[in-house]
Design a protein around this ligand. Structure first.
Ligand SMILES: Nc1ncnc2c1ncn2[C@@H]1O[C@H](COP(=O)(O)OP(=O)(O)O)[C@@H](O)[C@H]1O
Ligand SMILES: [Mg+2]
Length: 378
């Protein structure tokens, strides 16, 4: 699906001289941000067109180090065709290695077609950036929804069931995501509840035959690092399970499992916040946050844990919770979960026959997935 080139028309009714100009005219010519420099300041102005098909409407997210995410619509499309356009700028990357990995990312994401993973509508590479067009998840991220409130055990379990479905699929396909955190779970509302989809495969890694990746540096986000990565050991898909455990702990309790992050000590189930949780829930959290990756359950095994069969009340007493659970945060259980974008799957009519023809991009795979990656990737 990755087109090697595309036209970027930045013309707007008022800035016609920009037509055909450098789309990244405001970008710094170095790979890092200077003091005071705002990240993501390379902008496609509203009205810019990508490949003649997608029209930029506004900026969704501009805090990324090397990326900006825009809201766009499909030219001639309907409200339901709104999409998110993620641009990862080559000049902000550390080196050719990282550029190559970004090039692979779109191809990998395209292979990972699953209802719990955000779809790729189109992917393009320009001289300056990698551009991925996805359906727009209008309800934002898990982070935005949960950062000021806890989530009830019942809803946390429903969220977890959807998140595990994504992880199970990614791991079965021989990859680890590498950056599991609340900001990378997109939410869409369906039937008054949230459907969860995993996004941002910028740190995706191919697992070697041993199911592991050689440690070449810290990858991911502080607060969600696993003990094996912090110990600079080879690591596997268990890093994603551990990171999900950190999320589950935080959703339920409202405080972080490890404080300071990566200070791995015994988990603190403060009874003021945990006394309303089922024993199966506490047991599950302990198991997914097992410091030993060899005894930590894999994503598929998590579904067999007693928590998913336990009787858990939909209500949860709030008086001892600071902050209290947000009653409006309700998630589908994976078994009753409608598709987030029923009309916008990868094989739908968004792709013209000509695009479908171009849909043959296969990412160049590393001969030996265990070979060391450049330290620049860390
Ligand atoms: N398909 C989408 N729909 C809605 N918002 C999105 C979408 N994709 C990304 N975003 C928003 O942009 C943010 C950054 O996107 P992400 O792919 O995680 O890039 P980064 O590598 O910069 O973290 C997300 O946390 C989310 O807020
Ligand atoms: Mg992200």
């Amino acid at each position: 699906m990755l087109q090697r080139s595309c036209s970027v028309d930045m013309s707007t009714p008022t800035v016609s001289e920009l037509r055909g100009g450098n789309p990244l005219r405001t970008m710094a010519s170095r790979g890092s941000l200077a003091e005071g420099e705002e990240p993501g300041q390379a902008v496609f102005p509203p009205g810019s067109r990508l490949d003649g098909k997608f029209r930029i409407l506004s900026v969704v997210y501009a805090h990324g180090f090397d990326s900006v995410v825009y809201l766009a619509d499909k030219v001639g499309g309907t409200e339901a065709d709104k999409c998110a356009v993620k641009c990862v700028f080559k000049e902000r990357m550390y080196g050719e290695d990282q550029v190559q990995r970004a090039r692979e990312e779109a191809g990998i994401l395209h292979q990972l077609a699953h209802r719990r993973i955000i779809a790729v509508v189109a992917a393009m590479e320009t001289e300056q950036a990698f551009i991925t067009v996805m359906p727009y998840a209008a309800c934002g991220t898990l982070h935005a929804r949960s950062q000021f409130k806890t989530v009830t055990e019942f809803e946390t379990r429903n969220f977890t069931s959807q998140a595990l479905e994504a992880l199970e699929f990614v791991h079965e396909r021989g990859y680890l995501h590498g950056d599991i955190k609340p900001q990378n779970f997109l939410l869409t509302q369906a039937e008054d509840k949230f459907v969860v989809q995993l996004c941002d495969f910028g740190f995706v890694e191919r697992l070697g035959d041993s199911g592991k990746v050689k440690y070449t540096g810290m990858r991911g986000t502080s607060g969600y690092f696993s003990p094996e990565m912090v110990a600079e050991q080879a690591y596997g898909a268990g890093v994603d399970v551990f990171a999900l455990g950190c999320i589950v702990f935080q959703l339920l309790a409202g405080y972080e499992a490890f404080d300071p992050p990566s200070h791995f000590e015994e988990l603190d189930f403060d009874p003021r916040y945990w006394k309303h949780m089922s024993p199966e829930c506490v047991e599950f959290v302990e198991q997914v946050l097992d410091f030993n990756p060899d005894s930590r359950p894999c994503a598929a095994a998590c579904f067999a844990k007693p928590w998913f069969a336990a009787k858990v009340s939909e209500e949860q007493p709030v008086e001892k919770f600071v902050p209290p659970p947000d009653p409006s945060l309700k998630f589908h259980h994976r078994d009753h979960c409608p598709d987030a974008f029923p009309d916008r799957s990868r094989s739908d009519s968004w792709m013209s026959p000509a695009d479908a023809e171009k849909d043959s991009f296969a990412p160049p795979s590393r001969a030996n997935p265990n070979e060391p990656l450049s330290a620049a990737d860390a």
